[in-house]
Design a protein around this ligand. Structure first.
Ligand code: VGL
Ligand code: ZN
Length: 196
């Protein structure tokens, strides 16, 4: 039987309350994400953290005509994983959005970061090599990177669970997260809370 993997999407300082692109109430999901991290670690199941990893002149930033304020710029505190999470040893990091000219919402556009350099190993390849069948998706933001990651997970053939109490949306329009959840559900993502 295949393994389960946990994917924590973009739980970085710039998406939390002091950040440049803050997701309202992002910190409220910390207990659920930590419970997931602890559980997957205890079960020796793969843990993935994705990071938005932009250069200063990234195409998604308003100065370049993009929709967003600068965020998750490489080498800044805003790019770091939020310090309230305790990340188990052995967790794998996948970086995305580092090409100045291309935005990347989905973790499946990310590449494994190994001892400070970005490899050519993509997330789907890495998960398939580990015989992962089911992915549990948590993190930020429901209406952008979580949604894109979950839909790509389905396309890549994974049984995909979006953990409803471990994700939070930006809601540029108030119902964006609700629409994203419905879209995910229609496309084969299971919506399920994690019981603390
Ligand atoms: C994200 C907007 C821009 C996300 C990343 O992680 O959802 N949203 N870059
Ligand atoms: Zn971004």
């Amino acid at each position: 039987m295949g393994q389960n993997a946990l994917i924590v999407v973009d739980f970085q300082n710039d998406f939390c309350s002091q950040g440049t692109l803050a997701v309202p109430n992002a910190e409220t999901i910390i207990p659920s994400i930590q419970a997931l991290l602890n559980y997957f670690s205890l079960q020796d199941q793969p843990i993935v953290l994705t990071k938005d990893f932009h250069p200063e002149n990234h195409v998604s930033f308003q100065a370049q005509g993009g929709p967003w304020p600068p965020h998750c710029v490489q080498g800044t505190v805003g790019c770091q994983i939020h310090p309230s999470l305790t990340i188990p040893e052995g967790a794998a990091y996948f970086y995305k959005g580092f090409d100045p000219a291309v935005d990347a919402y989905s973790g499946f556009e990310g590449f494994l970061a190994e001892s400070g350099h970005i490899s050519s190993i993509g997330l789907a390849t890495w998960l398939h090599r580990l015989d992962v069948e089911t992915v549990y998706i948590s993190g930020l933001a429901t209406d952008y990177c979580v949604r894109a990651t979950a839909l790509d997970a389905v396309t890549e053939g994974f049984h995909t669970i979006a953990v409803t109490n471990a994700i939070k949306g930006v809601n540029v329009r108030p119902d964006d997260s609700a629409k994203a959840l419905e879209d995910m559900r229609q496309k084969g993502v299971t919506l399920q809370p994690w019981t603390l």
